[in-house]
Design a protein around this ligand. Structure first.
Ligand code: ZN
Length: 471
Protein backbone atom coordinates (compact mmCIF):
# COMPACT_ATOMS: atom_id res chain seq x y z
CA UNK A 1 0.00 0.00 0.00
CA UNK A 2 1.45 3.40 -0.90
CA UNK A 3 1.81 6.02 1.81
CA UNK A 4 -0.85 8.20 0.26
CA UNK A 5 -3.28 5.33 0.00
CA UNK A 6 -2.47 4.27 3.49
CA UNK A 7 -3.23 7.64 5.06
CA UNK A 8 -6.47 7.78 3.08
CA UNK A 9 -7.26 4.36 4.36
CA UNK A 10 -6.53 5.28 7.97
CA UNK A 11 -8.77 8.33 7.71
CA UNK A 12 -11.60 6.11 6.56
CA UNK A 13 -10.98 3.71 9.37
CA UNK A 14 -11.15 6.54 11.87
CA UNK A 15 -14.33 7.90 10.31
CA UNK A 16 -16.11 4.56 10.33
CA UNK A 17 -14.91 3.91 13.84
CA UNK A 18 -16.22 7.24 15.11
CA UNK A 19 -19.56 6.96 13.33
CA UNK A 20 -20.23 3.47 14.50
CA UNK A 21 -19.17 4.17 18.04
CA UNK A 22 -21.21 7.33 18.26
CA UNK A 23 -24.24 5.31 17.26
CA UNK A 24 -23.44 2.64 19.78
CA UNK A 25 -22.31 4.81 22.65
CA UNK A 26 -25.56 4.32 24.48
CA UNK A 27 -25.94 0.58 24.28
CA UNK A 28 -22.62 -1.17 24.45
CA UNK A 29 -23.88 -4.61 25.36
CA UNK A 30 -25.99 -4.92 22.20
CA UNK A 31 -23.10 -4.37 19.78
CA UNK A 32 -19.59 -5.58 19.12
CA UNK A 33 -16.81 -3.67 20.77
CA UNK A 34 -14.37 -2.86 17.98
CA UNK A 35 -10.76 -2.46 19.04
CA UNK A 36 -9.40 0.50 17.06
CA UNK A 37 -6.57 0.30 14.51
CA UNK A 38 -5.95 -3.40 14.73
CA UNK A 39 -5.48 -3.80 10.99
CA UNK A 40 -4.57 -7.44 10.32
CA UNK A 41 -1.03 -7.65 8.99
CA UNK A 42 -2.11 -9.69 5.95
CA UNK A 43 -3.93 -6.64 4.62
CA UNK A 44 -0.74 -4.59 4.65
CA UNK A 45 0.94 -6.92 2.13
CA UNK A 46 2.19 -5.67 -1.20
CA UNK A 47 -0.22 -7.05 -3.82
CA UNK A 48 2.40 -7.74 -6.53
CA UNK A 49 4.75 -9.53 -4.19
CA UNK A 50 2.02 -11.54 -2.57
CA UNK A 51 0.54 -12.58 -5.93
CA UNK A 52 3.96 -13.66 -7.21
CA UNK A 53 4.58 -15.87 -4.18
CA UNK A 54 1.14 -17.45 -4.31
CA UNK A 55 1.42 -18.09 -8.05
CA UNK A 56 4.67 -20.00 -7.52
CA UNK A 57 2.91 -22.15 -4.97
CA UNK A 58 0.22 -23.61 -7.26
CA UNK A 59 0.27 -25.89 -10.28
CA UNK A 60 -3.20 -25.44 -11.76
CA UNK A 61 -2.63 -22.37 -13.88
CA UNK A 62 0.15 -20.80 -15.83
CA UNK A 63 2.15 -18.71 -13.35
CA UNK A 64 1.41 -15.35 -14.97
CA UNK A 65 -2.27 -16.14 -15.15
CA UNK A 66 -2.39 -17.20 -11.52
CA UNK A 67 -0.50 -14.07 -10.52
CA UNK A 68 -3.09 -11.89 -12.23
CA UNK A 69 -5.88 -13.71 -10.46
CA UNK A 70 -4.33 -13.44 -7.02
CA UNK A 71 -3.61 -9.77 -7.60
CA UNK A 72 -7.25 -9.14 -8.54
CA UNK A 73 -8.46 -10.98 -5.53
CA UNK A 74 -6.17 -9.06 -3.20
CA UNK A 75 -7.26 -5.74 -4.74
CA UNK A 76 -10.89 -6.68 -4.18
CA UNK A 77 -10.10 -7.44 -0.57
CA UNK A 78 -8.25 -4.15 -0.09
CA UNK A 79 -11.08 -2.27 -1.71
CA UNK A 80 -13.41 -3.71 0.88
CA UNK A 81 -11.04 -2.57 3.58
CA UNK A 82 -10.91 0.93 2.14
CA UNK A 83 -14.67 1.29 2.05
CA UNK A 84 -14.86 0.33 5.70
CA UNK A 85 -16.75 -2.85 4.90
CA UNK A 86 -14.66 -5.06 7.15
CA UNK A 87 -14.66 -5.27 10.89
CA UNK A 88 -11.06 -5.43 12.07
CA UNK A 89 -11.10 -6.94 15.49
CA UNK A 90 -14.01 -7.57 17.77
CA UNK A 91 -15.29 -10.56 19.67
CA UNK A 92 -16.83 -12.14 16.56
CA UNK A 93 -13.68 -11.87 14.43
CA UNK A 94 -11.73 -13.49 17.27
CA UNK A 95 -14.35 -16.22 17.51
CA UNK A 96 -14.26 -16.95 13.77
CA UNK A 97 -10.48 -17.18 13.83
CA UNK A 98 -10.67 -19.60 16.73
CA UNK A 99 -13.12 -21.86 14.85
CA UNK A 100 -10.95 -21.85 11.72
CA UNK A 101 -7.91 -22.76 13.84
CA UNK A 102 -9.87 -25.67 15.32
CA UNK A 103 -10.93 -26.85 11.87
CA UNK A 104 -7.38 -26.76 10.55
CA UNK A 105 -5.99 -28.89 13.39
CA UNK A 106 -5.93 -31.92 11.09
CA UNK A 107 -5.19 -29.98 7.92
CA UNK A 108 -1.47 -29.47 8.28
CA UNK A 109 -0.92 -28.36 4.69
CA UNK A 110 -3.36 -25.46 5.08
CA UNK A 111 -1.81 -23.99 8.20
CA UNK A 112 -1.04 -20.31 7.80
CA UNK A 113 -2.76 -20.17 4.40
CA UNK A 114 -6.34 -19.51 5.47
CA UNK A 115 -7.54 -16.41 7.24
CA UNK A 116 -11.03 -15.19 7.96
CA UNK A 117 -12.46 -11.66 7.94
CA UNK A 118 -15.89 -10.40 8.92
CA UNK A 119 -17.82 -8.03 6.67
CA UNK A 120 -20.67 -5.66 7.55
CA UNK A 121 -22.87 -7.11 4.81
CA UNK A 122 -26.33 -8.01 6.19
CA UNK A 123 -26.89 -10.80 3.64
CA UNK A 124 -26.47 -14.29 5.08
CA UNK A 125 -23.44 -15.50 3.14
CA UNK A 126 -19.76 -16.38 3.22
CA UNK A 127 -17.20 -16.86 0.48
CA UNK A 128 -13.56 -17.69 -0.06
CA UNK A 129 -11.23 -15.65 -2.24
CA UNK A 130 -8.64 -17.50 -4.35
CA UNK A 131 -5.83 -16.53 -1.93
CA UNK A 132 -7.47 -18.38 0.97
CA UNK A 133 -9.18 -15.37 2.53
CA UNK A 134 -12.61 -16.31 3.82
CA UNK A 135 -15.09 -13.46 4.09
CA UNK A 136 -18.01 -14.03 6.43
CA UNK A 137 -20.91 -11.60 6.30
CA UNK A 138 -22.18 -10.58 9.72
CA UNK A 139 -25.68 -11.46 8.44
CA UNK A 140 -24.69 -15.14 8.29
CA UNK A 141 -25.03 -15.41 12.05
CA UNK A 142 -28.68 -14.34 11.84
CA UNK A 143 -29.80 -17.56 10.21
CA UNK A 144 -27.63 -20.09 12.03
CA UNK A 145 -28.41 -21.80 15.31
CA UNK A 146 -25.11 -23.01 16.67
CA UNK A 147 -21.34 -23.12 16.40
CA UNK A 148 -21.25 -26.43 14.52
CA UNK A 149 -23.38 -24.97 11.74
CA UNK A 150 -21.02 -22.01 11.46
CA UNK A 151 -18.05 -24.36 11.47
CA UNK A 152 -19.76 -26.30 8.66
CA UNK A 153 -20.04 -23.24 6.44
CA UNK A 154 -16.42 -22.34 7.16
CA UNK A 155 -15.34 -25.92 6.29
CA UNK A 156 -17.20 -25.64 2.99
CA UNK A 157 -15.29 -22.45 2.19
CA UNK A 158 -11.99 -23.98 3.31
CA UNK A 159 -12.60 -26.84 0.86
CA UNK A 160 -13.09 -24.40 -2.03
CA UNK A 161 -9.56 -23.23 -1.30
CA UNK A 162 -8.12 -26.66 -0.55
CA UNK A 163 -9.38 -28.05 -3.88
CA UNK A 164 -8.25 -24.94 -5.83
CA UNK A 165 -11.78 -24.40 -7.12
CA UNK A 166 -11.24 -20.77 -8.05
CA UNK A 167 -8.11 -21.63 -10.04
CA UNK A 168 -9.80 -24.56 -11.75
CA UNK A 169 -12.79 -22.45 -12.57
CA UNK A 170 -10.54 -19.86 -14.12
CA UNK A 171 -8.88 -22.52 -16.19
CA UNK A 172 -12.28 -23.55 -17.52
CA UNK A 173 -13.63 -20.08 -18.16
CA UNK A 174 -11.25 -18.79 -20.72
CA UNK A 175 -13.46 -15.79 -21.21
CA UNK A 176 -12.11 -14.56 -17.92
CA UNK A 177 -8.58 -14.59 -19.27
CA UNK A 178 -8.43 -10.92 -20.09
CA UNK A 179 -10.52 -9.80 -17.17
CA UNK A 180 -8.43 -7.16 -15.53
CA UNK A 181 -9.32 -5.63 -12.24
CA UNK A 182 -10.80 -2.16 -12.43
CA UNK A 183 -12.49 0.00 -9.84
CA UNK A 184 -15.82 -0.14 -11.54
CA UNK A 185 -16.19 -3.84 -12.12
CA UNK A 186 -14.57 -5.45 -9.12
CA UNK A 187 -17.88 -6.91 -8.01
CA UNK A 188 -18.29 -8.45 -11.44
CA UNK A 189 -14.79 -9.88 -11.33
CA UNK A 190 -15.44 -11.29 -7.90
CA UNK A 191 -18.71 -12.80 -9.01
CA UNK A 192 -17.10 -14.53 -11.97
CA UNK A 193 -14.18 -15.62 -9.88
CA UNK A 194 -16.45 -17.33 -7.41
CA UNK A 195 -19.08 -18.78 -9.72
CA UNK A 196 -18.24 -22.34 -8.91
CA UNK A 197 -19.66 -25.24 -10.82
CA UNK A 198 -22.17 -27.58 -9.19
CA UNK A 199 -19.45 -30.24 -9.00
CA UNK A 200 -17.34 -27.81 -7.00
CA UNK A 201 -20.24 -27.21 -4.63
CA UNK A 202 -20.90 -30.91 -4.10
CA UNK A 203 -17.20 -31.44 -3.56
CA UNK A 204 -17.03 -28.62 -1.00
CA UNK A 205 -20.03 -30.06 0.84
CA UNK A 206 -18.36 -33.47 1.03
CA UNK A 207 -15.12 -31.78 2.08
CA UNK A 208 -16.95 -29.90 4.82
CA UNK A 209 -18.31 -33.15 6.30
CA UNK A 210 -14.85 -34.60 6.09
CA UNK A 211 -13.22 -31.70 7.93
CA UNK A 212 -15.95 -31.61 10.59
CA UNK A 213 -16.21 -35.31 11.35
CA UNK A 214 -14.01 -36.48 14.18
CA UNK A 215 -13.34 -32.98 15.47
CA UNK A 216 -15.15 -30.95 18.13
CA UNK A 217 -17.97 -29.92 15.78
CA UNK A 218 -21.01 -31.95 14.85
CA UNK A 219 -21.00 -32.83 11.14
CA UNK A 220 -24.71 -33.70 11.34
CA UNK A 221 -25.43 -29.96 11.80
CA UNK A 222 -24.01 -29.10 8.38
CA UNK A 223 -27.12 -30.03 6.35
CA UNK A 224 -29.15 -27.87 8.75
CA UNK A 225 -26.89 -24.92 7.99
CA UNK A 226 -27.38 -25.52 4.26
CA UNK A 227 -31.13 -25.68 4.74
CA UNK A 228 -31.19 -22.33 6.57
CA UNK A 229 -29.09 -20.74 3.84
CA UNK A 230 -31.46 -21.94 1.17
CA UNK A 231 -34.66 -20.97 2.90
CA UNK A 232 -35.95 -17.63 1.77
CA UNK A 233 -37.49 -16.51 5.00
CA UNK A 234 -36.67 -18.36 8.12
CA UNK A 235 -38.34 -16.08 10.59
CA UNK A 236 -41.04 -13.87 9.27
CA UNK A 237 -42.88 -11.38 11.43
CA UNK A 238 -45.46 -13.00 13.66
CA UNK A 239 -47.35 -9.78 14.27
CA UNK A 240 -49.25 -7.71 11.73
CA UNK A 241 -48.33 -4.09 10.96
CA UNK A 242 -51.34 -3.04 13.05
CA UNK A 243 -49.83 -4.86 16.04
CA UNK A 244 -46.68 -2.80 15.67
CA UNK A 245 -47.85 0.52 14.32
CA UNK A 246 -51.33 1.33 15.65
CA UNK A 247 -51.37 4.23 18.09
CA UNK A 248 -54.24 6.03 19.85
CA UNK A 249 -54.73 8.33 16.89
CA UNK A 250 -53.39 6.31 13.99
CA UNK A 251 -54.66 3.04 12.55
CA UNK A 252 -52.95 1.12 9.78
CA UNK A 253 -55.26 0.98 6.77
CA UNK A 254 -55.41 -2.78 6.36
CA UNK A 255 -56.78 -2.47 2.82
CA UNK A 256 -53.36 -1.15 1.79
CA UNK A 257 -51.58 -4.25 3.01
CA UNK A 258 -54.21 -6.75 1.91
CA UNK A 259 -53.14 -10.24 0.85
CA UNK A 260 -54.08 -9.42 -2.72
CA UNK A 261 -51.82 -6.34 -2.80
CA UNK A 262 -48.95 -8.20 -1.19
CA UNK A 263 -49.23 -10.94 -3.78
CA UNK A 264 -49.16 -8.36 -6.55
CA UNK A 265 -46.08 -6.77 -5.03
CA UNK A 266 -44.34 -10.12 -4.76
CA UNK A 267 -45.06 -10.93 -8.40
CA UNK A 268 -43.54 -7.62 -9.40
CA UNK A 269 -40.29 -8.36 -7.65
CA UNK A 270 -37.39 -9.33 -9.84
CA UNK A 271 -35.89 -12.74 -9.38
CA UNK A 272 -33.64 -12.95 -6.39
CA UNK A 273 -30.64 -14.23 -8.28
CA UNK A 274 -30.22 -10.86 -9.96
CA UNK A 275 -29.58 -9.05 -6.72
CA UNK A 276 -27.05 -11.64 -5.67
CA UNK A 277 -24.54 -10.65 -8.30
CA UNK A 278 -22.96 -8.34 -5.82
CA UNK A 279 -22.79 -10.78 -2.99
CA UNK A 280 -20.09 -13.27 -3.80
CA UNK A 281 -20.49 -16.96 -3.30
CA UNK A 282 -23.59 -17.70 -5.30
CA UNK A 283 -24.25 -21.29 -4.41
CA UNK A 284 -26.59 -20.70 -1.51
CA UNK A 285 -29.32 -19.09 -3.48
CA UNK A 286 -32.65 -20.52 -4.51
CA UNK A 287 -30.60 -22.92 -6.48
CA UNK A 288 -32.22 -25.96 -8.05
CA UNK A 289 -29.31 -27.91 -6.59
CA UNK A 290 -30.11 -26.84 -3.06
CA UNK A 291 -32.31 -29.80 -2.17
CA UNK A 292 -29.95 -32.20 -3.89
CA UNK A 293 -26.99 -30.87 -1.99
CA UNK A 294 -28.72 -31.43 1.33
CA UNK A 295 -29.68 -34.96 0.29
CA UNK A 296 -26.14 -35.66 -0.88
CA UNK A 297 -24.69 -34.48 2.44
CA UNK A 298 -27.15 -36.68 4.35
CA UNK A 299 -26.14 -39.66 2.22
CA UNK A 300 -22.50 -38.99 2.94
CA UNK A 301 -23.25 -38.78 6.65
CA UNK A 302 -24.84 -42.24 6.63
CA UNK A 303 -21.99 -43.77 4.65
CA UNK A 304 -19.09 -42.52 6.74
CA UNK A 305 -18.07 -43.48 10.22
CA UNK A 306 -19.92 -40.60 11.82
CA UNK A 307 -18.57 -39.56 15.18
CA UNK A 308 -20.90 -37.58 17.36
CA UNK A 309 -18.82 -35.16 19.40
CA UNK A 310 -19.45 -34.04 22.97
CA UNK A 311 -22.20 -31.42 23.16
CA UNK A 312 -20.85 -27.90 22.75
CA UNK A 313 -21.82 -25.06 25.05
CA UNK A 314 -23.84 -22.68 22.88
CA UNK A 315 -23.64 -19.62 25.18
CA UNK A 316 -20.89 -17.79 23.32
CA UNK A 317 -22.51 -18.43 19.94
CA UNK A 318 -25.91 -17.24 21.19
CA UNK A 319 -24.38 -14.09 22.65
CA UNK A 320 -22.52 -13.28 19.42
CA UNK A 321 -25.55 -14.08 17.30
CA UNK A 322 -27.63 -11.62 19.30
CA UNK A 323 -25.02 -8.89 18.80
CA UNK A 324 -24.72 -9.77 15.11
CA UNK A 325 -28.47 -9.24 14.75
CA UNK A 326 -28.23 -5.73 16.20
CA UNK A 327 -25.13 -5.01 14.10
CA UNK A 328 -26.94 -6.13 10.95
CA UNK A 329 -29.80 -3.72 11.54
CA UNK A 330 -27.42 -0.85 12.28
CA UNK A 331 -25.41 -1.63 9.12
CA UNK A 332 -28.53 -1.72 6.96
CA UNK A 333 -29.57 1.62 8.50
CA UNK A 334 -26.15 3.21 7.86
CA UNK A 335 -26.37 2.00 4.26
CA UNK A 336 -29.71 3.81 3.93
CA UNK A 337 -31.61 0.54 3.48
CA UNK A 338 -34.41 1.75 5.72
CA UNK A 339 -37.07 -0.78 4.73
CA UNK A 340 -34.75 -3.72 5.35
CA UNK A 341 -33.49 -2.15 8.56
CA UNK A 342 -37.03 -1.48 9.74
CA UNK A 343 -38.11 -5.05 9.05
CA UNK A 344 -35.08 -6.44 10.87
CA UNK A 345 -35.65 -4.13 13.81
CA UNK A 346 -39.30 -5.21 14.06
CA UNK A 347 -38.05 -8.78 14.16
CA UNK A 348 -35.61 -7.78 16.89
CA UNK A 349 -38.49 -6.29 18.84
CA UNK A 350 -40.45 -9.54 18.59
CA UNK A 351 -37.47 -11.42 19.91
CA UNK A 352 -36.49 -8.83 22.53
CA UNK A 353 -39.76 -7.07 23.44
CA UNK A 354 -38.21 -4.91 26.16
CA UNK A 355 -35.07 -3.92 24.23
CA UNK A 356 -34.51 -0.18 24.12
CA UNK A 357 -31.98 -0.57 21.31
CA UNK A 358 -34.50 -2.37 19.09
CA UNK A 359 -36.98 0.46 19.68
CA UNK A 360 -34.41 3.16 18.90
CA UNK A 361 -33.73 1.37 15.62
CA UNK A 362 -37.42 1.23 14.73
CA UNK A 363 -37.83 4.92 15.53
CA UNK A 364 -34.76 5.99 13.50
CA UNK A 365 -35.84 4.07 10.41
CA UNK A 366 -39.43 5.27 10.67
CA UNK A 367 -38.17 8.83 10.89
CA UNK A 368 -36.04 8.65 7.75
CA UNK A 369 -38.77 6.86 5.82
CA UNK A 370 -41.30 9.51 6.82
CA UNK A 371 -38.86 12.17 5.77
CA UNK A 372 -38.49 10.60 2.35
CA UNK A 373 -42.27 10.68 2.07
CA UNK A 374 -42.51 14.29 3.22
CA UNK A 375 -39.83 15.30 0.70
CA UNK A 376 -41.71 13.59 -2.11
CA UNK A 377 -38.96 11.13 -2.98
CA UNK A 378 -40.52 7.97 -1.57
CA UNK A 379 -41.34 6.61 -5.03
CA UNK A 380 -37.74 6.87 -6.17
CA UNK A 381 -36.56 5.28 -2.98
CA UNK A 382 -39.02 2.38 -3.04
CA UNK A 383 -38.23 1.74 -6.69
CA UNK A 384 -34.84 0.52 -5.61
CA UNK A 385 -36.07 -1.65 -2.75
CA UNK A 386 -35.88 -5.33 -3.66
CA UNK A 387 -38.69 -7.35 -2.12
CA UNK A 388 -36.97 -10.69 -2.73
CA UNK A 389 -39.97 -12.92 -2.20
CA UNK A 390 -40.39 -11.64 1.35
CA UNK A 391 -44.03 -10.92 2.14
CA UNK A 392 -42.87 -8.77 5.06
CA UNK A 393 -40.79 -6.58 2.76
CA UNK A 394 -43.75 -6.31 0.38
CA UNK A 395 -46.03 -5.33 3.27
CA UNK A 396 -43.72 -2.57 4.47
CA UNK A 397 -43.14 -1.32 0.96
CA UNK A 398 -46.89 -1.08 0.37
CA UNK A 399 -47.44 0.66 3.69
CA UNK A 400 -44.93 3.41 2.94
CA UNK A 401 -46.00 3.66 -0.67
CA UNK A 402 -49.73 4.00 -0.09
CA UNK A 403 -50.02 5.74 3.27
CA UNK A 404 -50.37 9.45 2.59
CA UNK A 405 -47.70 11.84 3.85
CA UNK A 406 -49.84 13.59 6.52
CA UNK A 407 -51.02 10.24 7.87
CA UNK A 408 -47.49 8.93 7.95
CA UNK A 409 -46.38 12.07 9.80
CA UNK A 410 -49.17 11.61 12.32
CA UNK A 411 -48.18 7.97 12.75
CA UNK A 412 -44.48 8.80 13.18
CA UNK A 413 -45.12 11.52 15.75
CA UNK A 414 -47.59 9.56 17.88
CA UNK A 415 -45.57 6.37 17.64
CA UNK A 416 -42.30 7.98 18.74
CA UNK A 417 -44.09 9.85 21.54
CA UNK A 418 -45.54 6.57 22.75
CA UNK A 419 -42.05 5.06 22.79
CA UNK A 420 -40.70 7.99 24.81
CA UNK A 421 -43.34 7.18 27.44
CA UNK A 422 -41.95 3.63 27.53
CA UNK A 423 -38.31 4.79 27.64
CA UNK A 424 -38.29 8.32 29.12
CA UNK A 425 -34.54 8.22 29.78
CA UNK A 426 -33.63 7.35 26.21
CA UNK A 427 -31.81 10.22 24.59
CA UNK A 428 -32.17 9.04 20.99
CA UNK A 429 -35.91 8.57 21.27
CA UNK A 430 -36.23 11.99 22.93
CA UNK A 431 -34.40 13.47 19.97
CA UNK A 432 -36.50 11.69 17.38
CA UNK A 433 -39.73 12.81 19.03
CA UNK A 434 -38.57 16.40 18.51
CA UNK A 435 -37.45 15.68 14.95
CA UNK A 436 -40.78 13.96 14.24
CA UNK A 437 -42.64 16.95 15.69
CA UNK A 438 -40.70 19.24 13.37
CA UNK A 439 -41.52 17.07 10.38
CA UNK A 440 -45.19 16.70 11.20
CA UNK A 441 -46.15 19.87 13.10
CA UNK A 442 -43.52 22.42 12.12
CA UNK A 443 -40.65 24.23 13.81
CA UNK A 444 -42.56 26.01 16.56
CA UNK A 445 -44.15 22.86 17.89
CA UNK A 446 -40.79 21.09 17.68
CA UNK A 447 -39.08 23.78 19.80
CA UNK A 448 -40.97 22.56 22.86
CA UNK A 449 -39.47 19.12 22.40
CA UNK A 450 -36.01 20.36 21.51
CA UNK A 451 -35.93 22.42 24.69
CA UNK A 452 -37.11 19.44 26.71
CA UNK A 453 -34.30 17.39 25.24
CA UNK A 454 -31.67 19.98 26.04
CA UNK A 455 -32.74 20.42 29.63
CA UNK A 456 -32.75 16.67 30.16
CA UNK A 457 -29.56 15.88 28.19
CA UNK A 458 -27.42 19.06 28.38
CA UNK A 459 -24.36 17.28 27.02
CA UNK A 460 -26.14 14.73 24.85
CA UNK A 461 -25.17 13.45 21.39
CA UNK A 462 -27.56 15.89 19.72
CA UNK A 463 -27.09 18.92 22.03
CA UNK A 464 -24.95 20.97 19.65
CA UNK A 465 -27.28 20.32 16.74
CA UNK A 466 -30.26 21.33 18.85
CA UNK A 467 -28.61 24.46 20.28
CA UNK A 468 -28.11 25.63 16.70
CA UNK A 469 -31.80 25.00 16.01
CA UNK A 470 -33.00 26.91 19.06
CA UNK A 471 -30.72 29.96 18.60
ZN1 ZN B 1 -19.49 -22.86 -2.19
Amino acid sequence: MSDNMYSKFLKLVILVFLLVNLAKAQNKTDFFVEKPFQVPSYLLNNAEKLAKNLAKDQDVLDEKEAEEMYKNSFYILKERVNTGELYFSNELTDYLTKIVDDLLLNEGSLKGKIRVFLTRNPQANAFCLPDGTILVNVGLLNILENESQLAGILSHEITHYKKHHALNQRKKNKDLKDQKYSNTSSEGVLFKMLSYSRENEFESDAGAVNILNGGKYNAAEYPNALKFLMEEQKDTLKGSLSDFFNTDVFTVDTAIVSKKNIKKELNKSVSRSKSLLKLGDVEYETHPDGEKRILAVKEILTSIEYKEPAKLDNTEFANLKRKAEFETVENAYLEGEYITALLLSLKLKEKNPTSETAEVMIVKNLFWLSRLKENGVMNDFLGKVEVNKSADMARLKLFFDKTKAPDLGKFLFTYTKKQLERFPENESIAFYVAAAAELHLGKDAALVFYKKYNSKFPIGNYSVYIKNKID
